[in-house]
Structure formats: structure tokens, C-alpha cells
Write a protein that binds this ligand. Structure first.
Ligand SMILES: [Zn+2]
Length: 165
């Protein structure tokens, strides 16, 4: 797919992996901008904006051009969004999320057990001979069908998002 990555996909992924501030910055960068201008337009401190731009740069989501002011000798930075990398980042994030949820689903399907103090997987219950090393209670199996249903729904939802990237 080509063109701009839709805002709802950016919001979905960034709210889990970065923050609301990063979302507003990437949304502002519809064209190259100086960090001071981003800060002024968003009403956020320039140092905060720079920190967030660096977070985005670490993830290859933005790039900058450094320009030297001949009069003062100071550098200013113009920031640009990398649309191709943004798409890649969102795709990878959603892919990893689907894998993580599938692993979780597998564990839940194998059965989960609980005592007064926690919930453990079948594997962990077996390792401890079905006795909690912490509270010494017996691990009992419990109905996790609603959790399984929730996981399946979230996997489906995430897959749909992934297909839209
Ligand atoms: Zn326990």
C-alpha cells in the first residue's frame, strides 16, 4: 500500500509503544519543521520536543537536516517524517503483538491454575507439583474461557489492523 499511514494506525501503535506526545509530533510533521516551531505549535517545551524527536529518530521514524547559522555559528534542525519507515515500524509492531497474543492464547488453552496468591500456566503448576511454593496451597484449574474469548477477539482486531497497514 502507498500514501500516508492513517492516523488511527499511528495512534493505535504509538499509544502502546511511545506516548501521546510522540503521536502529536508525528502528526505535525506533514511537512519538514524546525523543532522550535513544533514546540511552539504544540505548546510543549522545546527540550521535551527534542527528547521525543530523539526517541523517534532512534526508531528511524524521523530524520533531520542540520543547518548552521552563519551569523551565530549555532545549529538549527529541520525534522522530517520518514513515511516508509513509519509503515514498517507499525507493521512490525502489530506483527509482534499478534505473535505475543498467540503465545498467550496457547498458554491459556493449555489450562491455567490458581491459588490464593497467583495464576500460573499448566507448565508452572506441573513444575511445582501443583503446590504453590509461595502460599503452599494446591493449584486448582479454573475456567478461563472468557480470557480465551478476549484474546481471540484482540488477535482478530490486531490482524485486521495489520492488513490495513
Ligand atoms: Zn500461592
Amino acid at each position: 500500500m502507498c500514501g500516508r499511514v492513517p492516523n488511527y494506525l499511528i495512534k493505535e501503535v504509538f499509544s502502546e509503544s511511545l506516548s501521546e506526545g510522540h503521536i502529536s509530533i508525528i502528526r505535525k510533521l506533514t511537512q519538514p519543521m524546525y523543532d522550535e516551531d513544533i514546540a511552539a505549535e504544540l505548546g510543549i517545551k522545546a527540550t521535551t520536543v527534542r527528547t521525543m524527536l530523539n526517541d523517534l529518530h532512534e526508531r528511524n521514524l524521523v530524520e533531520y537536516e542540520r543547518i548552521k547559522n552563519k551569523a551565530t555559528g549555532w545549529y538549527t534542525y529541520i525534522w522530517k517524517k520518514r513515511e516508509d519507515k513509519l509503515r514498517e515500524y507499525i507493521k512490525t509492531f502489530l506483527e509482534e503483538k499478534i505473535n505475543r497474543l498467540n503465545e498467550e492464547l496457547e498458554i491459556e488453552r493449555a489450562g491455567v491454575f490458581k491459588c490464593s496468591c497467583r495464576v500460573v500456566s499448566l507448565e508452572e503448576a506441573i513444575e511445582n507439583n501443583f503446590i504453590c511454593p509461595n502460599c503452599k496451597e494446591t493449584f486448582v484449574n479454573f475456567n478461563n474461557s472468557s480470557k480465551i474469548r478476549e484474546l481471540k477477539k484482540e488477535i482478530e482486531r490486531t490482524k485486521e489492523l495489520y492488513n490495513k497497514v
